[in-house]
Design a protein. Structure first.
Length: 85
């Protein structure tokens, strides 16, 4: 799995792009334990900006994940699955 894009709705001093990438990778690998959650499904309460970001990534053939804090989407992660040999 390779992170290709990160759209964040929080300022960098709250959580950096690098921290969001590590959080997602940790969640994907089963090693993350923290205050944020990651969903591979679009949350019902997602606003139009989040839906548009997800749609743009899908048009590029990327998968999306949503980082939430207290049921509020704070970031959209675009990623591609990598093939392991």
């Amino acid at each position: 799995m390779k992170v290709t894009d990160v759209f964040s709705w929080l300022p960098a001093d709250a959580i950096s792009i690098g921290e969001l990438e590590l959080l997602f990778e940790g969640q994907h690998n089963g090693t993350y334990e923290g205050a944020y959650t990651v969903s591979l499904d679009m949350p019902e309460q997602a606003g139009m900006d989040i839906r548009n970001s997800s749609a743009a990534l899908a048009e590029e053939g990327k998968k999306t994940a949503f980082v939430l804090k207290h049921d509020t989407v704070i970031a959209v992660i675009g990623y591609r699955e990598t093939i392991r040999e």
